[in-house]
Design a protein around this ligand. Structure first.
Ligand SMILES: CC1=C(O)/C(=C\N=C(/Cc2ccc(O)c(F)c2)C(=O)O)C(COP(=O)(O)O)=CN1
Length: 456
């Protein structure tokens, strides 16, 4: 695929710093071989995350400047709520400062300790908040999602039989809710089909179990439905998106992805009583229900982002940019998760460095090597991110040992993608010489953010 023509042009630029390999070796040692701990100014192309790193539009910036910072139920708040109601189709909307805040509120309100939550694979903060609320996390994603080489067009799909088995085993009243993530991040940004959502929604209705979406990358999921699902090619993205949302009882959203803002999130539900409970809980932790701890300018930036995120030309250029990088790596034989996702290319570190056992942290090492080669910062999404089993204290050994090259929205050009690919191919050529890592500092929770390593 070639990169689709971008339906926008650059108006403001941020200078990037070019570093030498020697400088990068010192920086990486200083950061304990953890790309999360690198200083941003030592990074040339930042593929750590698509979260909060996208470029806003001139309209978003203009709206931010105009927003009056008046407290309580401000014009900005009404503008935000009305836009989310219209775009997503939910009556009750509660702003939060970002996605994990929405997860915190929802999990605390919906989960009774000991209840189960069915998910399509895990996401670190989502699982953390489900477990903090006493929930028992269960993965009911289809088997193909755990196989990086499997070519399934909708690897984010839930397996209805796995879900039905769980409900039968524990009883419907023991399932707090079903949490369906769209464009499943840890599986490689893999979409869920509309057909699967309908099936899951039917199952939840049958047993009276709430269906909650993590709709953080739902706009990009809607694009894959249009592009890949039979009978959807001629439907407009907003139409597909509204139908998709119509199957959920509620959603949590990190606005730092789809909605093209640097901070923000929200909850949206259909039930007034559930909204009241969330609002009362959020008051203590997130701030007034009319701002969720955000400034008014953040609310209007989210409102405008919700308008821009469903533009099919923007979505096509964004998603084809990811496919372009994936194609460059695939052509050279670099093992990646197939098919390419919506927000990132995921390298299969297990197949890239087959000589390393998983507890020598192959993905962590590979992310460091890619940084050394080209100043490109990637993110480990393997054994380090998976953490330890609370019962045994042992590492969880996830089947997916991945390095995520996460492409911010409307930021990098094709040349930046070429430079990243060249650097990765350089590491690929030297892969036999690459050794493992030893973890020398391990924090107790979400260790991947601050753990430190040394080469073996
Ligand atoms: C599908 C989903 C997310 O992708 C997500 C965040 N994602 C990040 C940031 C991040 C988060 C946790 C990590 O282990 C991580 F290393 C990176 C990311 O890069 O992908 C959140 C939470 O939204 P918040 O970031 O607004 O609170 C909820 N749901």
């Amino acid at each position: 695929p070639e990169v689709q023509p971008e339906p926008y042009r650059i108006k403001a630029i941020e200078p990037l710093v070019l570093t030498t390999r020697a400088q990068r070796e010192a920086a990486l040692r200083e950061a304990g071989w953890n790309t999360f701990l690198l200083r941003s100014q030592d990074v040339y192309i930042d593929f750590l995350t698509d979260s909060g790193t996208s470029a806003m539009s001139s309209v978003q910036w203009a709206e931010m400047m105009r927003a009056a910072e008046t407290l309580s139920y401000s014009a900005a708040y009404h503008r935000f709520v009305e836009t989310i109601q219209e775009v997503y189709g939910f009556p009750y909307v509660l702003p939060t400062h970002q996605g994990r805040a929405a997860e915190h509120v929802l999990s605390q309100v919906l989960i009774r300790p000991g209840q189960y939550v069915a998910n399509n694979m895990y996401f670190t903060t989502t699982r953390e908040h489900q477990e903090r609320a006493g929930g028992i996390f269960v993965d009911v994603i289809i088997d193909e999602a755990h196989d990086p080489a499997a070519h399934h067009p909708f690897k984010g799909n839930m397996d209805p039989e796995k879900l039905r088995d769980l409900i039968r085993r524990v009883g419907p009243e023991q399932v707090a809710y079903v949490c369906l993530e769209l464009n499943v991040n840890m599986a490689g940004g893999q979409p869920v089909s509309l057909e699967n959502v309908r099936t899951v929604a039917q199952l939840c209705r049958e047993f009276g179990i709430p269906l909650i979406f993590d709709a953080t990358r739902a706009a990009e999921n809607a694009y894959f439905i249009k592009a890949r699902e039979p009978g959807m090619q001629d439907r407009a993205i907003p139409d597909i998106f509204r139908e998709l949302m119509s199957y959920a009882d509620g959603i949590t959203v990190s606005a730092k992805k789809d909605l093209l803002v640097n901070i923000g999130g929200f909850l949206a539900v259909r039930d007034a009583a559930l909204y009241r409970r969330m609002e009362q809980f959020a008051l203590r932790f997130e701030g007034h229900p009319a701002d969720g701890g955000l400034a008014r300018r953040d609310l209007v930036a989210m409102a405008q982002g919700a308008r821009e995120m469903l533009d099919v030309n923007y979505l096509r250029s964004r998603i084809e940019q990811v496919a372009y990088l994936a194609a460059a790596l695939r052509k050279a034989g670099v093992p990646i998760v197939e098919p390419p996702g919506g927000h990132a290319v995921f390298i299969d570190a297990r197949r890239f460095l087959p000589h390393l056992p998983q507890d020598q942290f192959p993905a962590q090492r590979l992310a460091g090597e890619i940084y050394l080669a080209a100043g490109v910062r990637a993110m480990e999404r393997g054994i380090v991110s998976a953490g330890r089993d609370p019962e045994t204290g042992q590492h969880k050994y996830p089947r997916l040992e991945l390095v995520r090259l996460t492409i911010p929205r409307r930021v990098y050009t094709q040349r930046h993608l070429d430079v990243a690919a060249e650097g990765i191919l350089d590491v690929f050529a030297r892969r036999e010489q690459i050794g493992g890592l030893r973890m020398v500092f391990e924090p107790p929770v979400l260790r991947f953010f601050t753990a430190r390593f040394e080469p073996m």
